[in-house]
Design a protein around this ligand. Structure first.
Ligand SMILES: [Mn+2]
Length: 487
C-alpha cells in the first residue's frame, strides 16, 4: 500500500506531515499538473439501473419503523472507517441497522426519515463521486483514484429506491432542524456531535431496541440469505475436512485460513472470529487464538460461519475426530450432545417459548451426567434445580441469528428471552459438554474433551427447518462424510 502522495525528499516529508499533504495541494505539484488532472476523463455515469433485490423488503422495513415513531426525525448511520494503525483502516462493515433499512453497505452513509404527512420521507445521505475540479479525486485519501469508483447519487437512488443527497450537507442540516429526533448511537461520532443538544440517551435507545426487535422475524429475502450463508458454510467445513492432514502438519491456523478463503470467495467475510479448537482447546468457549497443534486421535471443534455479501451470517459448529474416527469415549460424549441437540431442535416450533429448547437440551445433558456418575447420588431433578450440570454445559443452548451472529441482542427480555417463537424466527441450537483439562472432578480420560454441535434452525408454520442440514450431525454419518471427502 502506498501513501496518497509520496514526498520527494526526506526534508519535504519532515516539513509536511502526511495528513496535511493529503488534504491540500502538495507543494511538489505544479500548477500545470493540477490543471492537467482536472480534465480528459470520460463520463462514466450509469443509466437505467435496476433496483437491488431487497429494495421492496427494505421499503417495508422502513414503513414499519415509520409507523412506530410518527412525527419524529429518525437518523440511522452506517458508520465510518476505523483506524487500524496510522493511515490504514480496518475493513469496513456497515452498521446492521443501516444495512437492514437501506440495503446499502457503503461507509459514511446515513439514512434519515423525515416526518411528512402521516408518515416519513426517507433520504439516504451518501458520499458522492469525487470532484475532479477541486482535486479531491486524486489528492484526497478517500478520492476515487485511491479507493475506487463510487456510485453517483443518481445511481444510488435507482439502486436503493431511496432519494439520495450529499452526506457532507447533513451535519449542518441536522444542526438547524427543529422537532423531535432520534439517532442510532455508536456508529458515527460526527452525526452524534451535530445532534448532542437534540437527543436523549433513553429515546435513542428506544429506537435501537425497536430495530433489534424488528429483526426477530425474518422476511423472505433474509431467510434466503441465511440459507445461502449456511450453504457456503457447509462448503467451508468440507474444505477444512479435506485439508485436515495439512492442518496436522501446521496448526489450527491452517484451518482458520482454509475456512476464511471460502468465506471471502463465497461471501463477504466470516460472520465472527472462527473458533478452530483442537484437542483441549475445545473446552475454551471462545478459542480464537487458533495457534495450537492439531493431533490425530483428538477432536476438532470448529465453530464458524460465512457472512453473505448482504451481511447475513451462519453460525455452525461441528466436532470432528481429526483422524476420521471417534474413540469410544469421544463417541459417548458426542452422542450425548447429539441427543441433547435433537431434543432441543424438536422443541423449536411456533407457539413454543424461546426457553423451551434450552430446557429440553439441558435435561438430556443432566441425565447423561448423572448416568455417568459425575454428580454423585443426586437425581436429575435436583441437578437441574441447582443448575449443577452447568459446570460442564457452560452456556445457553442458542440465540437469535441474522445479520449479527448474536442477532437482536438489545431486544427486550419479554420479546426475546421470555418470548414465544413464531414463523420466521431463526435461532441456533448448540448444546455442548466441556471437560476442562484441569477438572479434577471427572475421570482423567474425560479431561480435555469438548463437544458442541450447532445448527441454524428456522421456525416454520408447522415446526422448523434446519438450514445447516447439509452438514451431517450423527456420529456415524460424520465419520462416513469425512471418509468420503478424504477418499
Ligand atoms: Mn452460536
Amino acid at each position: 500500500m502506498s501513501d496518497a502522495l509520496i514526498p520527494e525528499t526526506p526534508e519535504e516529508a519532515e516539513a509536511e506531515p502526511i495528513k496535511q499533504r493529503k488534504n491540500g495541494l502538495y507543494p511538489g505539484i505544479s500548477d500545470e499538473l493540477a490543471e492537467n488532472m482536472k480534465s480528459g476523463w470520460a463520463d462514466t455515469e450509469l443509466h437505467g439501473l435496476e433496483p437491488i433485490a431487497q429494495a421492496s423488503h427494505t421499503a417495508a422495513r422502513r414503513a414499519a419503523l415509520s409507523a412506530r415513531f410518527p412525527g419524529e426525525r429518525l437518523v440511522v448511520p452506517a458508520g465510518n472507517l476505523k483506524t487500524r494503525s496510522n493511515d490504514t483502516e480496518y475493513a469496513f462493515r456497515a452498521s446492521t441497522e443501516y444495512a437492514y433499512l437501506t440495503g446499502d453497505l457503503t461507509q459514511d452513509g446515513v439514512l434519515v426519515l423525515e416526518p411528512a404527512g402521516d408518515g416519513h420521507e426517507a433520504t439516504v445521505y451518501l458520499l458522492p463521486r469525487s470532484d475532479r475540479e477541486n482535486g479531491e479525486f486524486w489528492l484526497d485519501g478517500q478520492g476515487e483514484l485511491w479507493v475506487g469508483r463510487r456510485h453517483s447519487l443518481t445511481e444510488a437512488e435507482q439502486l436503493l429506491g431511496i432519494p439520495a443527497k450529499d452526506v457532507r450537507e447533513l451535519p449542518a442540516a441536522l444542526a438547524e432542524a427543529t422537532g423531535p429526533v432520534r439517532n442510532v448511537r455508536g456508529h458515527d461520532a460526527g452525526i452524534e456531535a451535530s445532534l448532542t443538544d437534540k437527543v436523549t440517551a433513553e429515546r435513542d435507545e428506544e429506537l435501537r431496541v425497536f430495530l433489534s426487535e424488528a429483526r426477530l422475524v425474518k422476511d423472505a429475502f433474509e431467510i434466503a440469505e441465511l440459507q445461502k450463508a449456511c450453504d457456503a458454510t457447509a462448503r467451508g467445513f468440507e474444505d477444512v475436512v479435506k485439508v485436515l492432514d495439512k492442518a496436522e502438519a501446521t496448526s489450527e491456523r491452517y484451518i482458520e485460513g482454509t475456512f476464511f478463503l471460502r468465506a471471502r470467495v463465497d461471501g463477504n467475510d466470516i460472520g465472527y472470529g472462527s473458533i478452530c479448537a483442537a484437542g483441549p482447546h475445545a473446552t475454551t468457549l471462545h478459542w480464537v487464538r487458533n495457534d495450537g497443534a492439531v493431533r490425530a486421535g483428538e477432536l476438532l471443534l470448529l465453530d464458524a460461519g460465512v457472512e453473505t455479501n448482504e451481511l447475513y451470517t451462519a453460525d455452525v459448529t461441528r466436532t470432528l475426530p481429526i483422524n476420521g474416527t471417534f474413540t469410544p469415549l469421544q463417541r459417548k460424549i458426542y452422542d450425548a450432545v447429539y441427543e441433547a441437540q435433537e431434543a432441543g431442535i424438536a422443541a423449536v416450533k411456533p407457539g413454543a417459548a424461546f426457553r423451551d429448547f434450552h430446557d429440553a437440551a439441558q435435561r438430556v445433558l443432566a441425565e447423561k451426567l448423572v448416568e455417568w456418575g459425575l454428580l454423585g447420588d443426586l437425581t436429575v431433578e435436583k441437578v437441574l434445580e441447582l443448575g449443577l450440570q452447568r459446570r460442564w454445559t457452560l452456556h445457553g443452548t442458542g440465540h437469535m441469528l441474522g445479520m449479527d451472529v448474536h442477532d437482536c441482542a438489545v431486544a427486550r427480555t419479554e420479546a426475546y428471552v421470555d418470548g414465544i417463537l413464531e414463523p420466521g424466527v431463526c435461532l441456533t441450537v448448540e448444546p455442548g459438554l466441556y471437560f476442562q483439562a484441569d477438572d479434577l472432578t471427572v475421570p482423567e480420560e474425560y479431561r480435555g474433551i469438548g463437544v458442541r454441535i450447532e445448527d441454524d434452525i428456522l421456525v416454520t408454520a408447522d415446526g422448523n427447518r434446519n438450514l445447516s442440514a447439509a452438514l451431517p450431525r450423527r456420529a456415524d454419518e460424520v465419520e462416513a462424510w469425512m471418509a468420503g471427502l478424504k477418499g
